[in-house]
Unconditional design. Structure first.
Lengths: 341, 341
DNA sequence: AGAAAAAATGTAATCGGTTTCATTTACGTT
DNA sequence: AACGTAAATGAAACCGATTACATTTTTTCT
């Protein structure tokens, strides 16, 4: 069933059918009704390819993110796919999804596939793909020459046509560390998990907070760990056994924090009395932990909503900020009760 | 840059360029090289619309699933998006993603959008969209007239062009209940969370296992609950306070089970001594619980891999089973140690 | 009523590829 | 050298929509 078939059946030209389809006002009500009837009868819908060919837009956005099954994937960003998709759909945009592992070639292929599809924009979720590898950014730079690229929680500066929306993770970690100190902690551990823009910001925020309180920043208090339950257990256990004294802990992901809580429970380390713990992301997990986990909410939903809104505006030709930063909130629960002041 | 531009620059016809692009063997090496050089120089890639128009396939599969942010979404199916995407990408297929809430109209629009795009197949993750609503299946029936529809963990029988790949959740729940009884539990609670094909199967499996062991099936032992931490707490607390005696619990999702474990811990109910608990999905969460959660692994990854493999075969014209069922495994941990026999 | 203006409709080009079929070129035989 | 065949190449139709422009119909105004 093509527009030609419809036009014949309705005894009009293809142009008229096209006008009806696109809500062009220059069509008699009578004609419109006649055409609509034929369209309904045959439940015809226009071929999106052909439409895209003519209009040179398919109302499609490419989404690139880490494979959720990848052990290095940031668990909190997984929800972002859903949020971004929902917002795009609201605006009648389709989403071409690519979940790739931490592999440069897969990434390049995915971006190329998006470009071949003439996506209207590219959204990259997480800084996984950006950091510490100039070569890996090459395909992004090339893509940006023809298609706007939006980074959610990633950063790539001074590149035309690349836009960033980030949570201020420096500030989030700073305030979390501040809250720990304010609650009486003097020896604060930092457990972080990857090597991305966000993680780096969090580490810097932690350091700054300690420094601002006149506390020493000791490298042996900063520990890297994946979100694998067993690895967390081992790393935390060896920290305890090393004899290091600590009474506070900031984890850059809730999963890390919950792993620590589990380990602390098993070893009879009282939380929050002997050890205060703060997680990051305020995921659902925080509520399932014992005791319930205080966590920095980086508000990924707002981030996604904002990104899509700006993206759509930009496609409509409006000016757009290159970097948009949003603030996080600390949600206090039992693992670190809210300080009084 | 179009194929015409390339053909002019290379001094050949568009047909030859097209042949080179598509690996047609009837091209001289010399010509191929000449054309490839021009293509590389201008880094030209063909427009996927135009290609799709001619070939009437875009090598694209539409994926429909529940919005991960929807509170009713089945958390264990979220990973499926990633697995399915990965497998499709391996086969050089693109994925058009629609994450929708439990809303009929959104679902219909999404399916229509896929059809407009002339997707080669549709994958629906979870039975969320299928059950208990003949009207809601209408759009699927219509889609199936032109496009194969694949259901992962959903069931729609006797519809041409609709294929199902399911985990045998009846069997999984049956064996989990059996294991509980074998470990000495006589009064087994069932905590389930939604009203889908999988959930129904699990409930039936639980009932059958009790019956086969000559134990009564009591409706007050079957309790429905969302995966909201607070709701789980309330429901489980009121079960305890109602004076109901129980020594075993099967939850149809790990989140439910972990919520129960948390509540049991707080109330000093010893797991596994006084209460044995089994979850479902064997998600990452199981390892973060105290004690670590025994869980039925429905092996969603295999399900996704199998679905995509069958789908590709089917597109290549091979015969395909209409219903494919896969078995689950119980992964024993501390909340229900493996029975001896 | 008739001319001018406005509205409705139709024709045909266009988007960027693939593909059929016709034509040219290269190669092997006698 | 002449011929037949196979391989390489090109010209043009086609896929299914949109749209500029031409044409027809309707409305408005004198």
């Amino acid at each position: 069933m093509t527009i030609h078939d419809i036009s014949k059946l309705a005894n009009v030209s293809v142009a008229t059918v096209s006008r009806v389809l696109n809500g062009n006002p220059n069509v008699t009500d009578k004609t419109r009704e006649k055409v609509m009837a034929v369209i309904r009868e045959n439940d015809y819908t226009p071929n999106a390819f052909a439409r895209g060919l003519g209009l040179d837009t398919m109302r499609t956005v490419g989404i690139l993110c880490v494979d959720p099954a990848d052990p290095d994937a940031c668990p909190s960003l997984m929800l972002a796919i859903g949020y971004v998709q929902r917002e795009l759909r609201k605006q009648n945009f389709d989403s071409l999804l690519y979940c790739v592992g931490y592999d440069m070639q897969e990434k390049e292929c995915s971006i190329q596939a998006m470009l071949d599809r003439r996506v209207d924009a590219i959204i990259i979720i997480g800084s996984f793909f950006i950091e510490n590898n100039a070569k890996s950014n090459l395909c992004i730079l090339r893509a940006a020459q023809t298609t706007p690229v939006w980074l959610i929680n990633g950063r790539l500066e001074n590149v035309p046509n690349v836009y960033c929306t980030c949570c201020d993770d420096f500030d989030g970690a700073y305030r979390a560390t501040h809250a720990l100190i304010q609650s009486g902690s003097r020896d604060v551990l930092l457990l972080h998990y990857a090597d991305t823009f966000s993680e780096t910001q969090k580490i810097l925020g932690y350091r700054k907070a300690l420094a601002d309180h006149g506390l020493p920043v000791r490298e042996e208090y900063i520990c890297e760990c994946t979100t694998d339950a067993q690895e967390i257990n081992e790393k935390f256990s060896s920290l305890i056994e090393s004899g290091l004294r600590f009474d506070g802990l900031l984890a850059t992901e809730d999963e890390l924090a919950v792993g620590v809580l589990k380990c602390a429970n098993e070893r009879g380390l009282a939380v929050p009395e002997a050890l205060r713990v703060v997680g990051y992301s305020n995921s659902k997990l925080a509520l399932f932990a014992t005791p319930e986990l205080t966590s920095v909410d980086h508000n990924i939903e707002s981030l996604c909503v904002t990104t899509v809104a700006l993206l759509i505006n930009q496609l409509r030709g409006m000016k757009t900020p290159v970097i948009t930063t949003m603030r996080s909130d600390i949600v206090f629960r039992k693992s670190l009760p809210q300080p009084l002041s």
